[in-house]
Ligand binder design. Structure first.
Ligand SMILES: Nc1ncnc2c1ncn2[C@@H]1O[C@H](COP(=O)(O)OP(=O)(O)OP(=O)(O)O)[C@@H](O)[C@H]1O
Length: 496
């Protein structure tokens, strides 16, 4: 059987970084082919070459045996290649159907119907009339996947498609992908979740530092083996999360309600929550159930009237982000590009954005040497793979940017830390390290609130959990006394 797509000795360099070096790859029709590798290994770069976003410096790309020069994604799409990116490319001020109509031909009414049909068939439900800015990350991803499927591609590239999906949707997505595979579609699948790769993929190509270091059938290897192949060394052992007596309350929400005027947003009802010094509290739930609103209310991006929110003992309902940060609050938002970091600014200037109080500014002037030193320390401590503090945030691989933002906020040594999706897109070695650092911060007395869709992660690091469902928060569930089924029942609203 001839390969649908093959790459021969393909290379791509960005300045000092050899992102891909002499890569050979063959993708057969009807196969689900995993690309594995740690953060910065060159996976996204390789996919961009295949999708015509970037052009290789050397090597050949063959489509159905014919050499092709893909000068743009439009050319790749015309051949039958579709791609869903790690960072989404939707216009926030347009509706779902308007976004899709930009790429997929057809009348909007017909498209809306096809979006609903595909959604129902593949478990990718989304309201075609909803405005994109009001959608959660998980919902936006559904829109991206639907947009690709509407063009009937022969090869579908998915760059970490499951990183923001709740477990139920992952299972549904896998059913979708298997159905597409059964129709002969080839799928290139990037994921850091090794269990998923074992479950779904029939081939895996492993990249390390831009080169192919292995080709395996993932079904015949344990997740541990795959991790070792990927990172070139054994995994660090997990840190035991020993319980300790929590101290004073650092965050208190008392009967907080928030009416969202956006018809597609979620209103919060009577939310009560307390996070004390020395504990990690998790917010579980499927995205789009009020997580964005809750995070914005706690961070101060939305200021609520009244005294429903207390931080470090102060009523902060009317205070903005900067005033809350001055009390010792730090925050990692869900969207790393745009809100967590400014893409076109250097890492050093991105560090300055929230860490300016860490001695980086004097009398209104930026102190460049301390700024570089602070940024260098984040890079070293959090193993951010980048040429240095002068690199643009947008040039970092997804996982490395996430490590940078997490590192920046954790280096501030906050009294209270709010983190949304702490290990989104981060490889398995770095994810273990980030979780260990969160536990170490807790042990040193920090109060930490983690919003995550990954139940397994929450069970690993949290002392207590709440579940957010349709804007309503469940009672506090001590992790030692609950299990995934009980939490799952709250997640779908079948437990009161
Ligand atoms: N536009 C760019 N400019 C400069 N360097 C870049 C650019 N894009 C990628 N790089 C660098 O190329 C290397 C490979 O990045 P790539 O995004 O392909 O990694 P990845 O394997 O997809 O990582 P992740 O798992 O974190 O998404 C990284 O060192 C990255 O910093």
């Amino acid at each position: 059987m001839a390969a649908l797509l093959s790459l021969q000795a393909v290379s791509k360099r960005y300045g000092a970084v050899q992102a891909n070096a002499g890569i050979d790859l063959a993708v057969d029709p009807g196969s689900i082919h995993a690309i594995l590798g740690e953060n910065g290994a060159g996976k996204s770069t390789l996919m961009k070459l295949i999708y015509g976003v970037e052009t290789p410096d050397a090597g050949t790309i063959l489509w159905k045996g014919q050499p092709v020069n893909l000068a743009s994604p439009a050319e790749a799409r015309a051949l039958g290649i579709g791609m869903v990116f790690q960072h989404f490319s939707l216009f926030e001020t347009l509706s779902v159907v308007q976004n899709i109509a930009l790429i997929v031909p057809g009348k909007q009414a017909d498209l809306a119907r096809r979006i609903r049909d595909l959604g129902a068939e593949f478990g990718l439900e989304v309201d075609p009339a909803a405005m994109v800015h009001a959608l959660s990350v998980g919902e936006r991803q559904r829109v991206e996947i639907i947009r690709c499927l509407l063009l009937n591609p022969e090869l579908l590239i998915l760059d970490e498609p499951t990183s923001v999906l709740p477990p139920q949707s992952v299972a549904k997505l896998f059913d979708t992908l298997r159905a597409l595979q059964a129709r002969g579609m080839a799928i290139l699948f990037i994921s850091h979740k090794l269990e998923e790769i074992k479950e779904l993929c029939d081939t895996a190509t492993i990249l390390r530092a831009g080169q192919v270091t292995g080709r395996v059938d993932p079904r015949g290897h344990s997740a541990k083996d795959l991790a070792t192949l990927m990172i070139g060394r054994a995994m660090p052992p997990p840190l035991p999360a020993t319980a300790q007596e929590p101290g004073e309350a650092r965050l208190e929400l008392a009967g907080l309600s928030y009416r969202n005027d956006d018809p597609f947003g979620v209103s919060l009802r009577d939310v009560s929550l307390r996070v004390r010094s020395g504990e990690i509290v998790g917010i579980a739930g499927i995205s789009g159930n009020g997580q964005q609103e809750l995070a914005a209310l706690i961070s101060g991006e939305i200021t609520a009237q009244g005294d429903g929110i207390r931080m470090m003992g102060h009523g902060v309902g009317g205070l903005g982000v900067a005033a809350r940060r001055r009390l010792g609050f730090a925050f990692v938002p869900e969207e790393r590009l745009g809100r967590g970091a400014v893409p076109e600014m250097s890492l050093a200037d991105n560090a300055l954005l929230t860490a300016h109080r860490a001695g980086l500014v004097a009398r209104g002037f930026i102190r460049r040497a301390p700024e570089r030193a602070f940024t260098g320390a984040i890079i070293a401590r959090y193993d951010v793979r980048t040429p240095g503090p002068a690199a643009e945030a947008a040039a970092l691989s997804g996982g490395n940017l996430q490590k940078f933002i997490m590192g920046r906020e954790m280096m501030l040594d906050p009294k209270l830390l709010l983190v949304s999706q702490p290990t989104w897109g981060v490889d398995i070695g770095a994810a273990t390290e980030i979780r260990q650092r969160l536990i170490a911060m807790r042990n040193a007395g920090a109060a930490i609130l983690v919003i995550s869709e990954e139940l397994e992660e929450l069970f690993q690091i949290c002392d207590r959990l709440h579940v957010l469902h349709k804007g309503h928060l469940s009672p506090s569930l001590p992790v030692a006394e609950t299990n995934a089924e009980a939490v799952g029942a709250y997640m779908i609203g079948s437990a009161a």
